[in-house]
Design a protein around this ligand. Structure first.
Ligand code: NAD
Length: 483
């Protein structure tokens, strides 16, 4: 029977006061895996109270002890690595290797959190005036929360709460109602850590629970990852309520391929960028711009390699691409391809109406390539969030930069070339927060902030790296004279 998920508040599993539940469906087999409560304001309030009550004792727990929890957390996550990866496959639809990659990246964020005692240290100066010393203290702020998306149900939450709590804050996590079970499992695993009750709390739900978190006066700051329209709402709501906020939004990532690039190797890399996680990555390659006479060779190689991708159930080791997350997502993606076609683009590899034997009800969309995409076409402008690669032509490098910078998004952009001058110009001139040079998925590792510009990010301090330490702490300047 499908599991009815509970919230985890104050160190206990508690029934939500929800009156409605959303089914969590395996997008390949259509099996109902669980029921996610639409938690209410009362549930959020209980979580905030538990987190507030835990805060004072937790912030005065020696920081080295707080960091010790991270070492132990890493160990238990390694022990349950395969269980977590399998759960991600079941509720999200990606392949087992992609899920393993996600859990691995998540654990790297736990490694980063273990280094917080080193990074949180601060500076000071003796004798800024005769006998007067000045130092900076960095202190935790209170209760933080994260609102996270469906596409990396295990990794994205780990970008935030390990660092936040090691800094001395307490935390509330609200995962996506489409993929909440990975965090249900994560919190079950975390019970072995014996963190003091209330340090981490899990509240399931959708928009209403998210709004309750953002409007609650007890929550000091919110980390958000999701689509741009919601990121904007989150940014505006949190700032209106006087909170810190970092809101990572959607994307439309461009890749420029220059004529001097090694075409076979570049396309191999672009395959992973466009079709990894069935294109449901905020760093997915969405548009590839062939520069000059690179275009024809690029298209032919892309179609050749993409046609060979094996689409199937993520738990089967032979699958190279899984499903998209839901029937609604499949319907949206196919509708956008239709619209792009109506607006003059040509579908040269068609993944619509894809069916996989044995999983006939599954939400599969095959690898799709569309060419002749003009800048005003929906496939050049809007995030599809599926395995759809649009192709554009640029006469020269400058035109490619112009096309890329014309996007309202600025999450990532990549260039494939052997020419150092063009690579440098690309880094210098492209308005995107994560730049790849001969790398299709420009994903920052855990000790670097996750870039993102324009409609792909709202706020100033990004997630991960030193930005996350600044986001989760308050600086206080102490000026002392003892003589
Ligand atoms: P989403 O915006 O629909 O949902 C994200 C979270 O916000 C969920 O927890 C959801 O319950 C909540 N939510 C939804 N509507 C809300 C509302 N009106 N008010 C308050 N909360 C609301 O995103 P999704 O479909 O789950 O995830 C896919 C999106 O996330 C894509 O656009 C993708 O590009 C983006 N993404 C961005 C990054 C990044 O680092 N920039 C990383 C991963 C995913």
């Amino acid at each position: 029977m499908a599991k009815r998920l509970k919230n985890y508040i104050g160190g206990e599993w508690v029934e939500s006061s929800a009156t409605t539940y959303t089914p969590v469906i395996n997008p390949a087999t259509c099996e109902v895996l669980g029921e996610c409560p639409e938690s209410t304001r009362a549930d959020v309030d209980a979580a905030v109270k538990a987190a507030e009550e835990a805060f004072l004792e937790w912030r005065s727990t020696p920081i080295l002890n707080r960091a010790q929890y991270m070492y132990r957390m890493k160990t238990i996550l390694e022990e349950r690595f395969e269980d977590l990866a399998e759960m991600v496959v079941k509720e999200n639809g990606k392949t087992r290797d992609e899920a393993r990659g996600e859990v691995r990246r998540g654990i790297e964020s736990v490694d980063f959190a273990a280094s917080v005692p080193v990074i949180m240290r601060n500076d000071g100066l003796e004798d800024i005036a005769a006998g007067i010393d000045e130092t900076t203290l960095r202190q935790p702020v209170g209760v933080f929360a994260a609102i996270t998306p469906f596409n990396f149900p295990a990794m994205v939450p780990l970008w935030f709460f390990p660092t936040a709590i090691t800094c001395g804050n307490t935390f509330i996590l609200k995962p996506s109602p489409q993929t909440p079970i990975s965090m249900d499992l994560m919190f079950e695993i975390l019970e072995d850590l014996d963190l003091p009750p209330g340090v981490v709390n899990l509240v399931h739900g959708g928009k209403d629970a998210a709004m309750a978190v953002m409007e609650h006066p007890g929550v000091k700051g919110v980390s958000f990852v999701g689509s741009s329209p919601v990121a904007r709402i989150v940014y505006e709501t949190c700032t209106r309520h006087g909170k810190r906020v970092q809101a990572q939004g959607g994307a439309k990532n461009y890749i420029a391929v220059l004529p001097d690039a090694d075409m076979t190797a570049s396309v191999k890399n672009i395959m992973g960028a466009a079709y990894g996680c069935a294109g449901q990555r905020c760093l997915a390659a969405a548009v590839v711009v062939g520069v000059g006479d690179a275009y024809d060779r690029l298209r032919d190689e892309l179609v050749k390699q993409a046609s060979n991708l094996r689409v199937g159930y993520g738990l089967s080791e032979t699958s190279q691409m899984g499903t998209v997350v839901s029937a609604a997502a499949k319907e949206r993606i196919e509708r956008m391809i239709n619209e792009g076609e109506q607006q003059g683009a040509k579908v040269v590899l068609d993944g619509r109406h894809s069916v996989v034997q044995g999983y006939e009800g599954g939400n599969f969309v095959g690898p799709t390539i569309v060419e002749g995409v003009e800048p005003e076409n929906i496939l050049a402008r809007e995030e599809v969030f599926g395995p759809v690669l649009s192709m554009m032509k640029a006469d020269d490098f400058d035109e490619a930069i112009e096309i890329i910078n014309g996007s309202k998004y600025g999450n990532a952009a990549s260039i494939f070339t052997n020419n150092g001058r063009f690579a440098r110009e690309f880094k210098y001139r492209v308005n995107a927060g994560n730049i790849g040079v001969n790398i299709g998925v420009a994903a920052p590792s855990a000790s670097f902030p996750f870039g993102g510009q324009k409609e792909s990010f709202f706020g100033d301090l990004h997630g991960q790296g030193i930005d996350s330490i600044n986001f989760y702490t308050e600086r206080k300047i102490v000026i002392e004279r003892w003589i």
